[in-house]
Design a protein around this ligand. Structure first.
Ligand SMILES: *Cc1c(COP(=O)(O)O)cnc(C)c1O
Length: 526
């Protein structure tokens, strides 16, 4: 197999038609296509032997799945296994992602046992090790300025930043700088970031809002001077390797259910309910479905920022519904902040698949269908940019999408009510993102008798304010003793490092350049 030519699932294209035949390495290091599109494999691989994966450990299952998307000639099997094993050895649970039964027909998939207590670790631990592997290989035998030193820069309102820092801390040939709005992220999330005092980790507290932080990052990526001096890298959820890593837990939890339940057998259909923001998590479920996993429905659970729910209802993808079209471009602040989005970046990838299926059904061959999909996506996203929306998309596309997807929306008061009722009935404590999913699961169970797996995306300790508020009237509830892990308690007494900056992208640019220079020098001296 070594040196075999990559298959169609191991070569990548852009959703907007501008790239074709790219390697996995290019896709991982670039993140976003030059035409503004997102990367996808030419084809989703068919997992013809998936049933034989039933009893594999999490890392062994991850290897089987990832191998289908990464050619042996790019990353040899032994190396890929090492990257995967290192990535999941940092999780606190033997099973990596344990499945917990909440009631008949409803299981919670706990995705928060990684270093930052958020589901984002499942992908970012892998991405960190993958980046390091690719860079060290690129830099073999090179010294000084010839080395490819990656400067990862990102903005965060909490979850992504801490998971990115835990994924990249201490990695060779990478500096990571995370911008957060000063005083506006939860104290635990701030402490998780600033107590990482590894040399290559840099936290900037920006005097401003999360949007200001994002604008600074965007300005840096668009700045010629920055791109001349630095090799910028991004770790946001559009990176295809993050989607790839997330496919694994859909398969793994399916097999966990089959092992745990007498009535559920491999081959039976399951429903997944996924708390959704940028659509990265549930997109991985779509890949799993396309690979052959028996899925009844993927249910998109949104908070009050409900562009995705409105899309599945109306076929129109719009920042704001028509009746509030003249509203300012701002998303609502909800109890589930990691899902507060105006548009979901990864949604573009599903639209590409749906457009291609439609072209194939009309009789076009594969190449012509890929071209057609690129053209359709380009037109939709030009419309999104210029008018704030697109659609209604053709009925055959909606009908195809609805075979896999359902959606529902949950308000703040419903989120709090679910945290409370779940605790009263089961003593299980939900974080607000998971509570959005559980609310949607209850409604879905009323429609469908399929077993439900509801994804839990964060540990409740990370969102203490909402959890405490929802449970304050229950005399048996105590946050410190029932929710807060020792490891997070300890953060408040640990040494921390953070640099205060003003809301100026030029100031941030000079600081980031300084970080990269110092890190490169320190690595050369080491
Ligand atoms: C990022 C995040 C989400 C949303 O996931 P997407 O992949 O963006 O849809 C949900 N919950 C938590 C806790 C998160 O950190």
């Amino acid at each position: 197999m070594a040196g075999a030519a990559p298959t169609e699932s191991q070569k990548f294209l852009s959703t907007r038609g501008g790239d074709y035949g790219l390697s996995f390495e290019t896709v991982v290091l670039k993140g976003l296509a030059a035409d503004g599109g997102l990367f996808l494999p030419h084809e989703v691989p068919q997992a013809t032997n998936w049933e034989s994966w039933k009893d594999l450990s999490y890392p062994d299952l991850a290897f089987q799945i990832m191998r289908l998307y990464i050619s042996e000639s790019e990353i040899p099997s032994e190396d890929l296994k090492t990257i995967i094993n290192r990535s999941y050895s940092t999780f606190r649970s033997e099973e990596v992602v344990p499945l917990v039964k909440l009631q008949d027909n409803l299981h919670v998939l706990e995705l928060f046992h990684g270093p930052s207590y958020s589901f984002k670790d499942c992908a970012l631990q892998f991405l960190g090790n993958l980046f390091e592997y690719l860079l060290v290989r690129k830099n073999h035998g090179k010294v000084g300025k010839d080395r490819h030193h990656l400067s990862v820069v990102g903005a965060t309102s909490g979850d992504t930043g801490s998971a990115a820092i835990y994924g990249l801390r201490g990695k060779k040939d990478v500096s990571v700088t995370i911008l957060h709005p000063k005083g506006r992220v939860s104290p635990i999330q701030e402490a998780q970031m600033t107590t990482c005092i590894d040399r290559n980790v840099h936290n900037l507290a920006v005097k401003g809002t999360f949007d200001d932080c994002q604008d600074i990052v965007k300005a840096l990526f668009g700045d010629a001077d920055t791109n001349k001096t630095l090799k910028l890298g991004a770790v946001n959820s559009i990176n295809f390797s993050r989607i790839l890593a997330q496919i694994v837990f859909y398969f793994y939890s399916y097999f966990s259910l089959a092992r745990k339940s007498d009535s559920f057998k491999v081959g039976d259909k399951v429903r997944f309910v996924t708390p959704t923001g940028n659509f990265g998590n549930i997109l991985a479920g779509y890949f799993a479905t396309k690979m052959g996993l028996p899925v009844d429905k993927l249910v998109v659970a949104t908070n009050e920022n409900d562009i995705l729910h409105r899309f599945w209802q109306t076929g129109r993808y719009e920042k704001h519904p028509v009746e509030d079209a003249n509203k300012a471009d701002a998303c609502k602040e909800t109890y589930s902040p990691a899902m507060d989005i105006l548009v979901s970046s990864n949604f573009e990838r599903v639209m590409w698949f749906l457009a291609r299926d439609s072209a194939l059904a009309s009789g076009k061959d594969k190449d012509a269908s890929n071209k057609q999909a690129g053209a359709d996506v380009l037109a939709w996203y030009q419309s999104l940019k210029s008018t704030g929306g697109f659609g209604p998309v053709p009925e055959d596309i909606m009908a195809n999408g609805r075979q896999t997807f359902e959606s529902d929306r949950v308000s703040n008061s419903e989120t709090a009510a679910t945290i409370k009722s779940c605790y009263q009935q089961t003593k299980y404590i939900l974080d607000p993102h998971t509570a959005v999913g559980i609310t949607v699961s209850h409604r879905s169970i009323a429609r469908s008798s399929a077993p439900h797996i509801s994804l839990s995306t964060a540990h409740p300790a990370k969102f203490s304010e909402v959890v405490t508020m929802a449970l304050k009237d229950d005399p048996s509830f105590d946050f410190e003793s029932q929710v807060l892990p020792e490891e997070l308690k300890a953060l408040s007494t640990m040494e921390s490092r953070v640099t205060d900056v003003s809301n100026s992208w030029q100031e941030v640019r000079e600081i980031v350049k300084g970080f990269a220079e110092a890190d490169m020098k320190a690595e050369a001296d080491a």
